[in-house]
Ligand binder design. Structure first.
Ligand code: SF4
Ligand code: SF4
Length: 441
């Protein structure tokens, strides 16, 4: 037939790197998506019924295939091949997404494609092509450049959260990285964390001049700006001589542990210090008998797995190698599958508190449904974020708990606002507050 288009066969790029600054590294992954939608549904062997079977907030909210990972990849592939240009709808498809990693975990049960990295790379491409990020993201990047926090709040007030009776050490093995949200909005999380260090008998220091971790800047594709922040923050910590950086923010944890190494082209092991989330620190202290959960908390609670604490925080190792047909790679690539990280520790902590009845929601651990707050989605698409958090709250209400606990200020904030707006009576707490309430008793 005269007008038949030739079929384009996409050969795997034989040499490739896990480098998100070049979309060509992910053409194989984008072209090999078979549209099976394993990235949309929670694991079938585990699916807890039809009400809560979706794992992708973007596809579930917009109810159109373009918004699922398979749609984003098809669009991204056409762009990488020069067959499609950016337009307003394509930008919405790419940015009305929380980069929550649920699709990546789902796909790696199946085809071992690098979905999360493809989506990150497409945002870097949007910036390079001069169309991204979205206006709300540019404002955040400006705030970070000018006042070193995402809110544009006065930098000199960053340490105003420090409570009476707590004095950070001038030098200590543990450095507490507070993050923008716990420094300015949810100070109770920073204060509870400081009290937990005190109860554990652990001296902690702060960065001499803490700046934003760069989570939003990185997530929206501003790679160069995020890399500069990563280098600055890592250098500052190295100068302090700290052995361990502890965060109470899941997004900050992901940045320090996985995305700083990714930005800097090094392994997590090469940072020169360990990175822990508060729950790892506390879990260890409970298990070695240093911290005791004393005061009973008579409550039925559910734990929300933050995406950046679980499926997005596998350690990073740079990779450069060759790919063959069927995706085999040489040397062997140890895949980041999102199922090995921080799932047990928060649950073990909560179960160690007398009186607590921990109830699992239908979607937990790597199948958890994102609250909608992360990676620039809430700022650019607030209605999407509201929809996602409301959908997750429906699940919270379905299991009939009194308290919802998370381990990230961004999640707490999003849930608390949604509960307030709907007049609900679910109490929303950060895990640091729950721990504090039990050790203080
Ligand atoms: S699970 Fe992977 S292969 Fe299947 S539709 Fe999703 S991205 Fe494509
Ligand atoms: S990162 Fe999350 S919101 Fe974005 S496509 Fe994947 S599952 Fe959907």
């Amino acid at each position: 037939m005269a007008d038949e288009q030739p079929i384009r066969y996409y050969k795997p790029k034989s040499e490739f790197k896990l480098d998100i600054t070049d979309i060509q590294n992910f053409v194989y992954d984008m072209s090999r998506c078979i549209k099976c939608k394993g990235c949309t549904w929670v694991d079938h062997t585990y699916m807890p019924g039809s009400k809560f079977m979706t794992r992708c907030p973007s596809a579930a909210k917009y109810e159109f295939d373009a918004y699922g990972a398979y749609g984003k990849l098809r669009i991204g592939h056409a762009m990488a091949e020069g067959l499609l240009d950016w337009n307003d709808k394509a930008l919405e498809v790419m940015y009305a997404c929380t980069l929550c990693g649920a699709c990546d975990v789902g796909c790696k049960r199946n085809l071992d494609l690098e979905i999360e990295l493809s989506l990150e790379s497409l945002r870097v491409k949007a910036v390079k092509d001069g169309v991204g990020p979205m206006p709300a993201h540019k404002k955040i990047a400006e705030n970070v450049a000018q006042s070193h926090n995402i809110y544009g709040a006065p930098h000199q007030k960053r340490t105003a959260w420090i409570p009476e009776g707590i004095t950070p050490a001038a030098k200590a093995d543990v450095l507490y990285f507070v993050g923008c949200t716990a420094s300015y909005l949810n100070k109770e999380i920073a204060q509870s964390t400081a009290k937990i260090f005190k109860a554990a008998g652990t001296d902690f220091m702060l960065m001499p001049d803490e700046w934003c971790c760069g989570n939003t800047v990185f997530s929206v594709g501003l790679f160069d700006e995020a890399k500069a922040l990563a280098q600055r923050n890592v250098d500052e910590v190295r100068k302090t001589g700290a052995k361990t950086v502890v965060t109470s923010c899941a997004e900050g944890y992901r940045m320090w542990k996985a995305d700083y190494p990714k930005l800097l082209g090094i392994s997590t092991d090469d940072l020169g210090f360990k990175v822990l989330h508060l729950v790892e620190f506390v879990d260890e202290k409970i298990k070695n008998g240093t911290l005791k959960m004393k005061k009973p908390l008579e409550t039925r609670l559910a734990f929300h797995d933050s995406c950046s604490l679980g499926r997005l925080s596998d350690p990073w190792t740079p990779y450069e190698g060759k790919r063959e047909w069927m995706g085999c790679v040489e040397p062997r690539l140890k895949r980041r599958r999102g199922n090995r990280e921080i799932y047990a520790q928060p649950r073990d902590i909560l179960k160690a508190i007398p009186g607590v009845n921990l109830v699992e929601m239908p979607r937990t651990r790597e199948n958890a449904f994102c609250c909608g707050a992360g990676r620039g989605a809430q700022e650019a698409y607030p209605d999407f974020a509201k929809w996602a958090v409301e959908h997750r709250l429906e699940e919270v209400r379905d299991v009939g708990v009194e308290t919802l606990v998370s381990a990230c200020p961004r999640c707490k904030n999003n849930f608390a606002q949604a509960v307030k707006a709907s007049g609900g009576d679910v109490q929303v707490l950060d895990i640091s507050e729950v721990i504090c309430a039990s050790i203080e008793g």
